[in-house]
Ligand binder design. Structure first.
Ligand code: ZN
Length: 297
């Protein structure tokens, strides 16, 4: 078992992007700085998508500019296409995050592209970043299930991994975009992906839509995933289950890993404080369990 797991903080992007409340640029930057202060060294700071489609991310350039370069921090800009990749590269972010989709139906709705087309685009984005001296990683979304197609065949996901490895991404991630995955499934698919990816690290991304996210993180870590996406406060949501909670909460993951003897490099108390601060920014309580209970007494 891995004794060290890296956390990628996705709250400022995946979290805020799926919250109804529009958060000011200033508060976004404050959020990112708090995460850095808590020990985060890789953060999804914004997504470079069309502002009409995702008004929450309309100030992506401003966020990166006002945040500036922080020593030791890798700022990730999420991009779905070449245009977004160019925008992200222009801001100076250190890393691009590309996204491809394991299901045609989801891809056509979300990115207006088939699964194959999203793999092609992701490979282009990765090469674009590399040509500019930046790094890039890629996430396979709906890897554990699709709201339109249902079960996603493992063979399809693994075939995508194979085709993405060709462009040598920094890492490959499996994402449970709609929060349907369960630990047995995670163990299987992550093990196979880790075996296939070889030296390329495997990251995982879970949503707690059906209360399985923390268990899925544990299954993934045991299966060889070395990096876990998490969102302080567990903010975010699921566009396909409007009443559902969001990403797995960073502090919930930290508690589980820390007490299990897995090093993650983050400060649990500062993460909890930030989750509580987010409640004041969003004007509502956050789904995180640790924000309510606190750490080990
Ligand atoms: Zn997500």
């Amino acid at each position: 078992m891995t004794r060290r797991v890296e956390i990628v903080e996705v709250g400022p992007r995946d979290g805020l992007q799926n919250e109804a409340t529009l958060v000011s640029t200033q508060d976004k930057v404050a959020f990112i700085r708090r995460a850095v202060d808590a020990g985060a060294r890789r953060i999804e700071v914004a997504s470079f998508v069309h502002p009409k489609l995702v008004p929450q991310m309309a100030d992506a350039e401003d966020v990166v500019r006002e945040l500036g370069i922080i020593d030791g921090l890798t700022r990730i800009g999420l991009t779905l296409n070449k245009r977004g990749a160019m925008r992200a590269l222009d801001t100076g972010v250190e890393q691009l995050g590309a996204v491809c989709v394991a299901s045609d139906a989801f891809g056509l709705r979300n990115q207006n592209a088939t699964s194959d087309q999203t793999v092609e685009t992701a490979n282009q984005i990765i090469r674009l970043a590399q040509a500019e001296g930046r790094t890039a990683q890629v996430t396979i979304s709906t890897a554990f299930g699709c709201p339109f197609e249902g079960e996603v065949p493992e063979a399809r996901v693994l075939d995508m991994v194979r085709r993405l490895l060709v462009s040598e991404p920094e890492e490959i991630a499996l994402a449970d975009t709609i929060g349907v995955g369960v630990p047995s499934q995670v163990s299987r698919l992550v093990s196979k992906t880790v075996a296939l990816a070889g030296k390329t690290p495997v990251r995982v991304h879970f949503h707690n839509t059906r209360n399985t996210a923390v268990a899925n993180v544990w299954a993934a870590v045991e299966a060889g995933a070395v990096t876990v996406d998490a969102s302080i406060g567990g903010i975010g949501g699921c566009p396909f289950a409007p009443a559902a909670t969001g990403n797995v909460a960073t502090e919930d993951v930290l508690y589980m890993l820390g007490r299990s003897g897995v090093d993650h490099g983050l400060d649990l108390d500062k993460t909890i404080e930030t989750a509580r601060w987010l409640e004041t920014v969003l004007g509502k309580s956050v789904p995180s369990m640790l924000a309510k209970a606190g750490g080990f007494p």
